[in-house]
Design a protein around this ligand. Structure first.
Ligand SMILES: Cc1cc2nc3c(=O)[nH]c(=O)nc-3n(C[C@H](O)[C@H](O)[C@H](O)COP(=O)(O)OP(=O)(O)OC[C@H]3O[C@@H](n4cnc5c(N)ncnc54)[C@H](O)[C@@H]3O)c2cc1C
Ligand SMILES: NC(=O)c1ccc[n+]([C@@H]2O[C@H](COP(=O)([O-])OP(=O)(O)OC[C@H]3O[C@@H](n4cnc5c(N)ncnc54)[C@H](O)[C@@H]3O)[C@@H](O)[C@H]2O)c1
Length: 477
């Protein structure tokens, strides 16, 4: 490695950190990455990847239970179709949670190994340990055995992520009162899971455990689930949850959670109590910015402890950048990765496009999924003017009928006059895939006509996106 090449040190090996490391190494920099728990970060090891893998198991189970209604029978093949005895009539599938969690953790570990291999192939030096700023260009790394070393670099990237918020009156015990990072060791399916918090995290885990076969109570402090999301999408999901037997308790703030033998008792602020066998606390996150040396070096943070970073990921200290959940920008793996790449391009003098949050797409992995991109109800509520909106239910879509989809819709937002697509919501199975066509339209400022005139497959769910665009064009308002 050329010793005159620019040097970079990155603290934190989640999507923000490892994507930055790959970008910087590809640009010819000498890169050191310091990571404490494992490459891939919380995203790969405990949060994003494991939660989606567990949800996939729950959804797989649902398919077996639904098979009969779709006309599928399972039988022993004795060669004579007339005498086949259905084996699984009225079947109920059961979950081996130990096996499911093992698969999830194996998958996460494999992805972490892949990331290490990719980094090493690019020549990134990985140091296992905890990093702390000693000066604007110096990081002290403490290994698990307590030994320390210092590393100097011209550029520093902080990408230390965030951790589950813990309420003082609801201390996780790791057995029955759990943060979402502690559930992966469960070996038996909880009888009754109480999920506290109905943001995206709580909603996804409530969906997952309901699908796995638990009784689920979702304790939501707000007047509906997913308070930050499209209200129609949240209402649709809440209806589906209730239809499937979930108890959704809106307007219910947890005051405390305590363990009583084999039970957990959640006491609400109005005095009511909810009893279950287990409880997941999903009441938000706090940035991992304590004890990073920020104050000593002068890196500015918000009152919540998030590092203040601009659209090219610069902090208040020249040469120090920040990316991901430790900043106050959208807490998504995709955004963390983009912030990390932008930081490195900026630091190394490459062409750089500032972060554009208007075209970020995201998805809530429930059934149906809820995917959004760009301008939405929130922006309209906050006073965005001159936007037309259309909502098209999916039920009449022929592909939806075949797939037995009764819930869900497509929503498009476009500017009045110019008819440029600026946002969309899809509530449907595989909405995470369907949203990409709307994201392309938003990113490249396509008009509703351009979307409407693009061929879609017949029959397909994406036909509803083109149809929504067609109808949005012909609206008078
Ligand atoms: C349950 C859940 C599900 C999610 N699902 C999705 C999803 O489906 N899609 C999506 O886009 N986003 C999802 N997110 C959000 C996503 O996980 C985060 O936005 C993403 O992890 C942020 O990446 P990051 O690199 O900032 O931090 P992290 O992934 O948290 O990585 C930070 C790393 O830094 C390390 N670290 C911290 N301090 C130090 C230190 N001093 N020295 C060395 N190492 C340190 C940590 O050990 C950690 O490994 C989900 C979040 C949760 C909680
Ligand atoms: N699929 C995904 O992409 C995905 C999944 C999970 C998280 N995330 C990211 O993480 C972000 C944060 O989501 P989150 O759900 O972890 O946190 P959040 O802060 O958005 O939600 C926490 C919820 O808990 C509620 N709450 C707080 N205290 C409570 C109490 N005592 N009793 C009952 N409810 C209480 C809050 O009102 C809030 O609605 C999301 O906005 C998203 O960007 C993404």
């Amino acid at each position: 490695m050329d010793s005159s090449a620019p040097s970079v040190i990155i603290i934190g090996g989640g999507p923000g950190g490892y994507e930055a490391a790959l970008t910087a190494a590809a640009a010819g920099a000498r890169v050191t990455l310091v990571e404490e728990i494992g490459l891939g970060g919380a995203s790969v090891l405990t949060d994003c990847v494991p939660s989606k893998a567990l949800i996939t198991t729950a959804e797989f189970k649902a398919r077996f239970e639904f098979a009969e209604k779709m006309g599928v029978e399972f039988s022993e093949d004795d060669g004579d179709p007339a005498t086949h005895e259905p084996l699984l009539e009225g079947v109920e599938a059961h979950i081996d949670l130990a096996g499911a969690n093992r698969r999830v953790m194996d998958l996460a570990a494999a992805q972490s190994r892949d990331i290490r291999a990719a980094l090493e192939e690019e020549g990134v030096r990985v140091l296992d340990g905890r990093g702390r700023l000693l000066a604007k260009d110096t990081v002290e790394v403490t290994a698990a055995d307590g030994s320390t070393q210092t590393v100097q670099a011209q550029t520093v990237l902080l990408s230390t992520g965030a951790s589950p918020r813990v309420l003082p009156s609801a201390q996780p015990d790791g057995e029955r009162i759990l943060t979402w990072q502690q559930i992966w060791g469960l070996t038996e399916l909880p009888e009754k899971m109480i999920v506290v918090g109905s943001g995206v995290t709580g909603t996804e885990f409530a969906h997952a455990y309901l699908g796995l076969g638990c009784e689920v109570v979702l304790v939501s402090s707000r007047d509906r689930v997913l308070p930050g999301e499209d209200a129609d999408a949240a209402e649709c999901l809440e209806e589906v949850f209730r239809d499937r037997g979930m108890q959704v308790m809106n307007g219910s703030r947890a005051e405390s959670v305590e363990r009583r033998g084999d039970e957990v008792v959640v006491t609400l602020t109005d005095g009511r109590t909810v009893t279950g066998s287990h409880c997941i606390m999903a009441v938000g996150s706090v940035p991992n910015t304590d004890d990073l040396g920020l104050e000593e070096v002068g890196v500015a943070t918000s009152d919540s402890g998030h590092i203040l970073a601009d659209k090219v990921s610069r902090t208040s200290v020249r040469g120090i950048y920040a990316a991901g959940d430790c900043t106050a920008v959208m807490p998504l793996a995709s955004v963390a990765a983009m912030q990390g790449r932008i930081a490195m391009s900026h630091a190394l003098g490459e062409a750089v496009q500032p972060l554009r949050l208007g075209a970020v797409s995201s998805n809530i992995f429930t059934d149906p999924e809820v995917a959004t991109v760009g301008v939405g109800q929130k922006e309209l509520r906050e006073g965005a003017q001159g936007i037309n909106e259309i909502m098209l239910p999916l039920a009449p879509n022929p592909r939806a009928k075949m797939r037995n989809v009764h819930h869900g819709f497509v929503k498009l937002f476009a500017t009045q006059g110019a008819d440029v697509v600026v946002g969309g919501v899809v509530v449907a199975p595989s909405a995470s895939e369907l949203i990409y066509s709307i994201a392309l339209a938003v990113q490249h400022r396509l008009t509703v006509d351009q979307v409407a005139q693009t061929f879609t497959v017949y029959p397909s769910m994406s036909g509803s996106i083109a149809e929504a665009a067609r109808r949005l064009h012909t609206r008078e308002d």
